[in-house]
Design a protein around this ligand. Structure first.
Ligand SMILES: [Fe+2]
Length: 427
């Protein structure tokens, strides 16, 4: 009897321990629904300064993985030939962020051939990703397409996946995906980035991303200083050709005759040194620009969709530079509604409008009321949108689609020697 009683309490004790462990595990899953593992996850291609000859890829693992590598080879149809891939050692750093310890790995493949289909994988010798196929950018002035997205911010794993998949289905050979900031709602929350990678899945690993930061990738620290989330530079390898202190947020890349520029509009919004550095840098890279087209992306719009939102630092300090160097296209976010138009300023006879086309768009689930400000030739709201932009020599074709695949807005810009672009609205 005594023995049975002991056994009963022993079994009860064991059952309680198992139950407690299960509860603790469930709690941990809820707290961190995207825990790192030995397998690479969050595999993201980034634009480099010259995506025709180099590819930059980042990924994450459990922090017990202290090294990594990337392998690359011109794409082969015989799996046995993948053994000939070149291996490049990763730069690995451990980051503990809000009690989540992870290793972040980065590899840059360089010396690649333009316009060539490669396959690559990442891992550490025991745990590898699949082989991803990616085609390097071609030579200057070869036709190509790219995708532009306004704020994702909310609905990353509920409403946004349909957007990014539809965009990918339209242009699977897009050379880059441009993100106009507020890519997640709280850039310091690891699980929100987990939702973004879930939402974009292999597309993040197949088309290089050109990420520009928004206010939601920033927050005030304990001293009240507004800072970029440490997860930004840990998980991306964007070009470091911008002003000192703004690396990987303010930068440029040249793709097939287009100079793509990201400005850090959060730093501009606060003014001061962060703004002045970008003014000086932008003047420098626009005055020495061999590309036929120029496209700039940043978060806070020069012209807002709403009357009560205004970013005077941008308009007063950057718009004159955009006009001076005839920037073709300025892509923005932040306002959660759609607006497209050119500055309504008197121009020399026959020019009609300013040289610069401005767009504000959004693609996630967060929506504000639509407005129709005087600058806008097209407006909209309560729509998930994505934009496909194609460049073919002297013609740039812009198409905005709803998530249901309907054409929402369209225009073409045609280069004219010594004059502003001709704006054509397709019938
Ligand atoms: Fe914003």
């Amino acid at each position: 009897m005594q023995l049975k009683r002991k056994q009963f309490f022993l079994q009860l004790g064991l059952a309680c321990i198992v139950a407690l462990l299960l509860i603790a595990d469930t709690y941990a899953q809820v707290e961190n629904p995207y825990p790192p593992s030995p397998f690479p996850d969050r595999i993201v291609l980034n634009v480099t300064q010259d995506p025709s000859t180099s590819l930059a890829v980042n990924w994450r693992t459990h922090d017990s993985v202290r090294a990594g590598a990337g392998e690359i080879i011109v794409a082969v149809s015989n799996p046995a030939e993948a053994a000939k891939a070149i291996r490049v050692k990763a730069q690995t750093e451990q980051v503990v962020h809000k009690e989540i310890a992870a290793s972040y790995h980065a590899v840059q493949f360089s010396g690649l051939q333009p316009g060539t289909r490669y396959m690559y994988r990442v891992g550490d010798g025991n745990y590898w990703s699949e082989w991803f196929h990616v085609k390097t950018a071609g030579n200057a002035n070869e036709p190509f397409s790219f995708i532009y997205l306004g704020d994702v911010q909310q609905g990353m794993r509920s409403f946004w996946p349909a957007v990014i998949r539809d965009a990918y289905a339209k242009v699977p050979d897009a050379k880059l995906i441009m993100y106009a900031g507020d890519i997640v709602n709280r850039g310091f929350n690891d699980h929100e980035w987990g939702e973004l990678y879930y939402g974009g899945s292999f597309i993040h690993s197949t088309i290089p991303g050109m990420m520009s930061p928004g206010n939601h990738e920033h927050a005030d620290n304990a001293e009240g200083v507004n800072e970029l989330t440490p997860l930004w530079r840990a998980q991306f390898s964007l070009p470091q050709n911008g002003p000192q202190g703004l690396e990987e947020t303010c930068y440029y890349t040249d793709v097939q005759g287009v100079r793509f520029i990201s400005l850090n509009s959060q730093a501009i919004w606060f003014g001061g040194d962060g703004m002045q550095k970008q003014i000086n840098w932008l003047e420098k890279i626009l005055s020495n620009n061999p590309n036929q087209w120029t496209c700039i992306i940043f978060h806070h719009p020069v012209y807002s969709v709403k009357a009560n939102r205004d970013n005077t630092n941008l308009r007063e300090n950057f718009q004159p530079i955009f006009n001076k160097y005839k920037v073709d296209l300025v892509l923005q976010g932040h306002d959660h509604a759609y607006g497209r138009g050119m500055e309504k300023i008197p121009m020399p006879e026959g020019e009609g409008t300013s040289p610069v086309m401005y767009v504000v768009s959004m693609c996630g689930a967060k929506m504000y009321e639509e407005n129709n400000q005087p600058w806008m030739d097209k407006s909209g709201g309560h729509l998930q949108l994505y934009q496909v932009i194609s460049v073919k020599n002297k013609k740039l074709s812009y198409r905005s689609y709803t998530v249901t695949g309907e054409l929402f807005d369209a225009f073409d810009l045609v280069k004219r020697k010594g004059r502003n672009n001709k704006l054509v609205i397709p019938k």
